[in-house]
Design a protein around this ligand. Sequence first.
Ligand code: ZN
Length: 219
Amino acid sequence: MLSKNGIYAWLLAAELQAIKCRALIREQCKETDHQLTGHTDRLLEANMQAVVFLISAVLAAVISSSAGYQFGPLCCSNPTNAIRGSDIFGEGRFGASRGSRKHGGVDIKCEDGSKVYAPLDMTITRQSIPYRYGTKTAINNGIAFTAEGMRFKLWYIRPTKFSGTVRKGDLIGTMLSMQSVYSGITSHVHLEKDPKTDPMHVINTQDTAANRAFCSSRD
Ligand code: ZN
């Protein structure tokens, strides 16, 4: 038989044990809650990373296709439209020194006598010549054209025509005899945007593999 005091003592002990248990459970709950919060944070972080990745991918796709065109090869002796480097007459890049003035376009390498193709769908608007006073007649020829909402000049070619629309890849002329005028130069066509700004952003839309494929069956 338990005495009255004994029963009180037992109830007290039981109550103390219960308090301890509840405290323990609360601690465990907190721990679980903390873990859950940690998981949730990591989950949110992962979701954010996924969203950022998705936005970047979409933007990259939009930017890469924003030009809506790909610059083709002008001259199949140079399918990837490589720019004339430095030679005894100067450099081919936009803004290169030409004595007191600056180069207003880019020089795209092309061997004398090569066929020259339309790098874009274009409208040829008129003849355009580099030299005003009848000098250097062997290379003093070219065209002005519009393409993709921009105006251009293309020099040192004997054009097939001076007006009308042509499609990308159509023959538009023949590279003139630049070596007969500037012996030792890296022969090239001169492509210029009108007004004069660097046309490299247009050339850089090119798909080099597609250009090589186009040139594989042409000279
Ligand atoms: Zn030039």
